[in-house]
Design a binder for this molecule. Structure first.
Ligand code: SAM
Ligand code: SF4
Ligand code: SF4
Length: 372
C-alpha cells in the first residue's frame, strides 16, 4: 500500500462525519513495517483480570483488592473486536490469539470465538484461531470453545509439583485441575496443544525435567519461556533468567535432542525433537536470543489500544475510531499507517541498555493488560 493511501490516525480521530474521498480508499494488502516485517499475527487481550497471581506477571502486592481494573464500558465489545479483526485480516493477518489476563474469565467468550471463526482472509481462508489460558477453567469450557470454532489452545503451566505450582500461581490453585483442563482440551479436539512453562532460576527450574518426562510422547508440545522483563511490577532480575540453552542441555542429557526447522517465519520458539521419536519441545529465548528481526505480531489491548511490541510504553488508541464515525476504509488506513511506522525491536536492544537508567521501564505496560 502506498503512503498516500494511509491516513494519519490523529487525523481520523478528528474526522468529521463525511470522510474525504481521497482517504476512503480501502487499505488492504500485506503491510511491511520499517524493518520490512509483515503483519501476520494479532494477539487480542479480552480482559485485564485474572484469577491467578503469578509473581512474574501480576504480583499480589500490586494486583491487590484495591487495584483498578478497566471498567466494563472501557472494554471493546465482541462486535468491535470482530470488526477490527476483519480489517486486520484484510491487511494480511492470518493468526489470531485470544489472551489476557485470563481470557476464559471473559463472559460468553465462545460468542466472540464464533464471530472470529466466521472471518475469512482475502483469499477466502479461515484464520488460525487460538487461545492462551492458565487452564483453570478449561475443563469446563473446552467443548464449547471447540464447537464455536476455536482451533487450538496453549496452556500455561509452570511445574508439576503441586507445592511449587501453588506457590507460583500464588492463589493456591492445584496442578491437577490444569492437567484436567489439558485432557479436556485434547478430548475436545483442540490440538495440537502447547504447554508453556516460564522458567525462573531458583524458583521452578527443578520442574524442567519432570515436565519434559510427563509430556514426552503425549502429543503435547512443551515450550520453555525465558523469564522476561516485561511490565514494571515483577521485579525482574537477569540472574533469575535461566537461558534456554541450559534448558536444552539439561533435557538433552537425559533424552537426546535434534534441532528442527522453524515451522513458519516469525515463529517465536526454537524447536527440538526427541531423537527417539518422542515428540518435540520448544524454547522461547526472548532474553538470550532475541527474535525481533522477524517479529510479525501486533497486540490489541482490552480497551482497544494497539501495541507494536510487548515492551512498548504507549499504544495507539483505536477505540475513538470504533466509537466515532470512521468507516472501515479509514480504520484500515489507520492500521496500515501505524504498522508502516513500526521500528520496535526492544529485545535486540536490551543488551545495550543500562537497566537502572532505563526510564522507559517504569512506564512499560503490564503483560496482563497488553496480552502475552
Ligand atoms: N492468563 C493466560 C495464561 O497465563 O496463559 C494468558 C495471559 S499470560 C500474560 C500469557 C503468557 O505470558 C503465559 O504463558 C505466561 O506464562 C507468560 N508470561 C507472563 N509474564 C511473563 C514473564 N514475565 N516472562 C515470561 N513469560 C511471561
Ligand atoms: Fe494470570 Fe496468565 Fe498472568 Fe498468570 S501469566 S497472572 S495466569 S495473566
Ligand atoms: Fe517483537 Fe518487541 Fe518481542 Fe522484539 S521485543 S520480538 S519487537 S514484541
Amino acid at each position: 500500500m502506498s503512503s498516500q493511501h494511509v491516513v494519519k490516525i490523529a487525523e481520523i480521530g478528528r474526522a468529521p462525519r463525511a470522510a474525504p474521498a481521497a482517504h476512503a480508499v480501502p487499505a488492504t494488502g500485506v503491510l511491511l513495517d520499517r524493518l520490512a516485517r509483515p503483519l501476520t499475527d494479532l494477539r487480542i487481550s479480552v480482559t485485564d483480570r485474572c484469577n491467578f497471581r503469578c509473581s512474574y506477571c501480576m504480583p499480589k502486592e500490586v494486583f491487590d483488592k484495591d487495584y483498578q481494573y478497566l471498567p466494563h464500558s472501557a472494554l471493546l465489545s465482541f462486535e468491535e473486536i470482530t470488526r477490527l479483526a476483519r480489517l486486520f485480516a484484510s491487511h494480511g493477518v492470518r493468526k489470531i490469539r485470544l489472551t489476557g489476563g485470563e481470557p476464559l474469565l471473559r463472559k460468553n467468550l465462545e460468542v466472540l470465538v464464533e464471530q472470529l471463526a466466521a472471518l475469512r482472509t482475502p483469499q477466502g481462508q479461515p484464520l488460525d484461531l487460538t487461545l492462551t489460558t492458565n487452564g483453570s477453567l478449561l475443563a469446563r469450557k473446552a467443548g464449547a470453545l471447540k464447537a464455536a470454532g476455536l482451533n487450538r489452545v496453549t496452556v500455561s503451566l509452570d511445574g508439576l509439583d503441586d507445592t511449587v505450582f501453588r506457590r507460583m500461581n500464588d492463589v493456591d490453585f492445584p496442578v491437577a485441575e490444569v492437567l484436567a483442563g489439558i485432557e479436556a482440551a485434547k478430548a475436545a479436539g483442540l490440538g495440537p496443544i502447547k504447554v508453556n512453562m516460564v522458567v525462573k532460576r531458583g524458583t521452578n527450574e527443578q520442574e524442567i525435567l519432570p515436565m519434559a518426562r510427563h509430556f514426552r510422547g503425549s502429543g503435547v508440545v512443551l515450550r520453555f519461556i525465558e523469564y522476561m522483563d516485561v511490565g514494571a511490577t515483577n521485579g525482574w532480575r537477569m540472574d533469575e533468567v535461566l537461558p534456554s540453552a541450559e534448558v536444552v542441555r539439561r533435557i538433552g542429557a537425559e533424552f537426546p535432542l535434534v534441532p528442527l526447522e522453524a515451522s513458519a517465519p516469525g515463529e517465536t520458539a526454537q524447536r527440538w525433537a526427541y531423537a527417539d521419536g518422542g515428540g518435540e519441545i520448544g524454547v522461547i529465548s526472548s532474553v538470550t536470543q532475541a527474535f525481533c528481526h522477524d517479529c510479525s505480531r501486533a497486540r490489541l489491548s482490552t480497551e482497544g489500544k494497539l501495541y507494536l511490541c510487548l515492551f512498548a510504553s504507549q499504544g495507539h488508541d483505536l477505540r475513538p475510531l470504533l466509537r466515532g464515525d470512521a468507516d472501515d476504509a479509514q480504520i484500515a488506513s489507520a492500521l496500515g499507517h501505524i504498522w508502516q511506522g513500526r521500528s520496535d525491536r526492544y529485545s535486540e536492544l536490551r543488551a545495550s541498555r543500562v537497566p537502572d537508567t532505563d526510564a522507559g521501564a517504569a512506564r512499560r505496560v503490564e503483560m496482563s493488560y497488553i496480552g502475552g
